[in-house]
Structure formats: structure tokens, C-alpha cells
Write a new protein. Structure first.
Length: 205
């Protein structure tokens, strides 16, 4: 287990979210918008959006219809627009316009589930959380890093197994590995830096 993360760390010492953001609020919005959408499509839409609406107050002033005009290219944009406006209102009314730093509070916000909350806690507040997206759910058990078939099972398995020194950056490394190397259709096993450790190759130790 340590060897896997040691190799990833050597290759990419400071992994980061591929979503563009300028503050905690804009990261929260970007993660909500990224559900069932690519980071690239979200970044393209939010670049002009965040120039005029980078706080809950400005987002609320923008309004749902104008927000839709910015995010129309993103999947499920109507529901996501409703969520972003509603979470902006709740941040103002319940949290003085500030993004809270605990999972329970974050998950009271419209459109914010456990994965989104974990991303915000990890990226903004530097907490050792484990956001399990489709990439982590697919490849963590396949590689041999975790057990489980649901996001929460895989999350808890990873948290219990990953050495503490790698925990903060672990989800970034796994996600990037799933996105660019261990892809669903054509995994690049020949160029994978952990192929000799992978459970899928029956050599994981």
C-alpha cells in the first residue's frame, strides 16, 4: 500500500483539483456543477461566471435564469442552477455567507452530498477526507486499495488502510490515475507505474 502511494507522490508531489476556483464558495459551486459532467466543461462555464458571481450574495443577485445562461452547456443545468441559488441563500441565512468547515453542516446545503462535502473539506480546509467519485469507486477495489461496492464502503476502507502520511493527497492521486491511466475502456497498463503492484494483475502485495 505504501509503495503505491510513494510512487504516485514521487511522480506528482503536489496533486490538486482540476476544477478552477478562486475561493471556498466557488469551489463548492464548481463541485456541485461537476456532478455527471467533466471538469473541463465546468471550468469553461465557470470562468466567466466566477468573474461576476464569486460570493453567495453575488450569486443570489445574479438569479436562477441568468445563472442558467452561464451553465447551459453543463449536464442537468436546470437542477444545478436551482441548487446553486438555494445553497447561496442558505449560506447567507445560516452561515453568515461563509462555507462551513464540517461535513454535517455542508450536507445541509442543497445539492451537497457526502462526496461534495468531502472535496470541500479536503481541498479548502486540508482535512484528510476521502471523496469517492466514480473513478475511486471503480478503481480502488480493482487495484486492491480498498474493499466495498458503495461509495461509503470504499471511503471507509481507504481511510482505514492508507498510511496517514499520504491521506491528504490520496484521493487526488487515485482520481487522476483513474482519469488518465486506469481508464474504464482502455486502461494503459503498459505505462502504469504501479502495474507490478496491481491486484488486477494478481501481483498486488
Amino acid at each position: 500500500m505504501s509503495e503505491v502511494f510513494s510512487r504516485w507522490k514521487k511522480q506528482n508531489p503536489k496533486p490538486a483539483s482540476e476544477l478552477d476556483y478562486v475561493n471556498p464558495f466557488t469551489l463548492l459551486v464548481a463541485v456541485v456543477l461537476s456532478a455527471q459532467a467533466t471538469d473541463k466543461s465546468v471550468n469553461k462555464a465557470t470562468e466567466p461566471l466566477f468573474k461576476i458571481a464569486d460570493t453567495p450574495q453575488k450569486m443570489l443577485a445574479l438569479g436562477e435564469e441568468k445563472l442558467i445562461s452561464y451553465i447551459r452547456t453543463i449536464g442537468l443545468y436546470k437542477n444545478k442552477a436551482k441548487h446553486v441559488i438555494a445553497l447561496s441563500q442558505k449560506l447567507i441565512s445560516d452561515f453568515s455567507g461563509q462555507v462551513p468547515d464540517n461535513r454535517e453542516a455542508l450536507m445541509t446545503l442543497p445539492g451537497v452530498g457526502r462526496k461534495t462535502a468531502n472535496v470541500v473539506l479536503n481541498v479548502i480546509f486540508k482535512q484528510p477526507t476521502m471523496p469517492v467519485d466514480t473513478h475511486l469507486l471503480r478503481i480502488a477495489p480493482k487495484i486492491g486499495l480498498a474493499q466495498g461496492t458503495t461509495p461509503e464502503q470504499v471511503e471507509q476502507s481507504l481511510l482505514s488502510r492508507i498510511p496517514s502520511e499520504f491521506l491528504h493527497d490520496a484521493h487526488h492521486w487515485i482520481l487522476l490515475h483513474g482519469r488518465y491511466v486506469c481508464t474504464a475502456r482502455n486502461p494503459k497498463c503498459a505505462e502504469c507505474i504501479i502495474n507490478d503492484l496491481c491486484k488486477h494483475n494478481e501481483a498486488f502485495k
